[in-house]
Design a binder for this molecule. Structure first.
Ligand code: MN
Length: 339
């Protein structure tokens, strides 16, 4: 079978591997149909993910059809259309016992710590598969995982009905966070430096968009929120300035959610967190968000139409990565097809 591997940092190519077999009672063999390319896959390609071990079959956003099951598998059968939840965890550490296995001390992400979904076939544990809503196309199904990341950011920021939610950054993750915040009843403000991205955010239901390169972000947000500031700020940019701005702009009793592994420190005085009693938290991967996103799709509340920028056959995998790197300002999601 064909797999897409990052052989060493900078070297992306197709390789031949044996089709994996069901070995354990809870194994599910998946015939992959689509795998999405994530910003984190690009980081792995460039050697910028500290957890990646090479060579690595990349891909954590994948969907497909059940091709075989172990003797103990009960929840799915051959032919079922599924999406894979791409993490495994120990189940015994503090985070796992707190119901937060996404930050398990031994968390393993498909396509990062272990081989991922850019392959004709992948074996995954039964607990990692979720049945797709009927009628959902493969292209749309591949967007479920990215939307769980946006859902997690809202969950961590405790977005409530009526909250003003500022999403900094209208890239893929910012857009998913904005969509989910809207579904939770927020008034959603999206900021970015690129009008094209902001226009798309608006078309997806953002209530207000602000080009923070052209307008004063603090002034505009104050106008919109009656001087209060956003109750939740989701920082999907995560540079020195956006983290600082997020803390300063957020309302009293508000929440700030950070979403990246950027290592550049910000200058934040404790007083700015304490006087407003702000909660600052991180949001990593997701926990229990697949059923939430799938339910929003089933009930017709979450539309995924138009979110996929382009689909490439696996034979053009390298071109797909090049396309993203050349069109960074306008690309939302590029998929690889195995059909
Ligand atoms: Mn992703």
């Amino acid at each position: 079978m064909k797999v897409g591997i990052v052989e060493t940092p900078g070297v992306l190519k197709l390789a031949e591997r044996e089709i994996p077999k069901v070995k354990n009672a809870d194994d599910v063999l998946v015939k992959v149909k689509r795998v999405g390319i994530c910003g984190s896959d690009i980081h792995i390609l460039h050697g910028k993910n500290p957890f990646a071990v090479y060579p690595r079959v990349w891909g954590h956003e994948f969907v497909g059809e059940v091709a075989d099951t172990g003797a103990g598998v009960k929840s799915v059968k051959e032919g079922d259309r599924i999406v894979v939840e791409p993490i495994t965890y120990c189940g015994n550490c503090y985070a796992c016992l707190q119901g937060r296995p996404n930050v398990c001390v031994d968390v393993k992400v498909f396509g990062v710590h272990r081989d991922g979904g850019c392959a004709d076939y992948v074996v995954v544990p039964e607990t990692n598969v979720h049945i797709l809503p009927e009628g959902l196309s493969w292209d749309e199904a591949a967007l479920i995982e990215p939307f769980t990341i946006g859902a997690q950011a809202c969950y961590r920021g405790n977005v409530q009905q009526g909250d003003y939610v500022l999403v900094m950054g209208a890239g893929t993750i910012g857009l998913t966070a904005a969509s989910m915040a809207k579904l939770y009843g927020g008034t959603v403000i999206v900021s970015d430096l690129v009008d094209e991205k902001l226009n798309y955010a608006k078309s997806r239901g953002a209530d207000y968009v602000i080009n923070s390169g052209k307008e004063d972000l603090f002034k505009r947000v104050a106008e919109i929120s009656g001087g209060m500031g956003p109750n939740v700020t989701i920082d999907a940019v995560c540079i020195k300035k956006t983290f600082e701005d997020a803390v300063l702009i957020t309302s009293t009793a508000g929440r700030v959610v950070e979403l990246s592994f950027n290592e550049t420190p910000s200058e934040i005085a404790p007083v700015n967190i304490i006087k407003k009693e702000i909660s600052v938290c991180g949001s990593r991967l997701q926990t229990k968000r697949f059923p939430v996103v799938i339910d929003f799709i089933k009930t017709g509340k979450l539309s995924l139409a138009g979110f996929v920028s382009k689909v490439y056959p696996v034979s053009q995998m390298v071109e797909a990565f090049e396309y993203i790197e050349k069109n960074n300002a306008s690309v939302r999601k590029v998929l690889i097809s195995f059909e």
